[in-house]
Design a binder for this molecule. Structure first.
Ligand SMILES: [Fe+2]
Length: 194
């Protein structure tokens, strides 16, 4: 159900029509296609653009039975944790600025290892699901912001964040209002056995 008067965001109408038509989780191919097909700019989402000095800010645009749509706002130097997408399909489209996506995999010693980084320019899409593990960062010079549109299907209620340095994993729960809390911390080795 809409949280805001987002019916006025004309550019997102085709995307929300697709998301409202879902009767189950979106496939990564369909979500990628739907996010690629819209013609959206940062001006379209002006009412949802809010920043935080301490960390990147997740601004909920709209939520339905099978999806959430967020505008994420990143100041220079702000980064997501290394995280997966437990039981969820996630699509990201860059609306302003230049981001970096870094992909991680478990290393032989159990800690996470960066295996690839790539720039995310305006209009670029990156799609992830389930155990796909990555980090998104704004590494532009001071004063240069990054804005990204994120769709999760179904809504992302719980996922995992991974330490880059000590081999631990946090199970994290979305507690609403764009905020999350850690509910469990474990070793990666223990987590991989589950
Ligand atoms: Fe992600």
């Amino acid at each position: 159900m809409p949280l805001k008067s987002d019916s006025e965001i004309e550019a997102l109408v085709p995307l929300f029509e697709y998301l409202e038509s879902l009767t189950g989780r979106a496939s990564i191919a369909d979500l990628d296609r739907a996010m690629r097909s819209i013609d959206v700019t940062v001006e379209d989402l002006a009412e949802h653009i809010r920043y935080c000095d301490e960390h990147y800010k997740r601004n909920l645009i709209r939520e339905g039975r099978w999806y959430q749509a967020y505008a994420l706002c990143w100041k220079s130097g702000q980064r997501s944790p290394i995280h997966d997408h437990t039981n969820t399909t996630c699509g990201v489209r860059v609306l302003a600025g230049r981001g970096v996506e870094t992909i991680y995999e478990p290393s032989p010693c159990g800690q996470m290892m960066a295996v690839q980084s790539r720039p995310l320019n305006v209009g670029d899409i990156c799609a992830s699901q389930d155990s796909d593990t990555h980090q998104i960062s704004n590494l532009q010079p001071a004063g240069q912001n990054l804005i990204t549109l994120h769709i999760y299907s179904p809504p992302l209620r719980e996922f995992h964040t991974y330490s880059a340095t000590d081999g631990t994993v946090n199970r994290v729960r979305d507690v609403g209002n764009g905020c999350c809390e850690v509910v469990e911390t474990m070793d990666i080795a223990e987590f991989m056995k589950r």
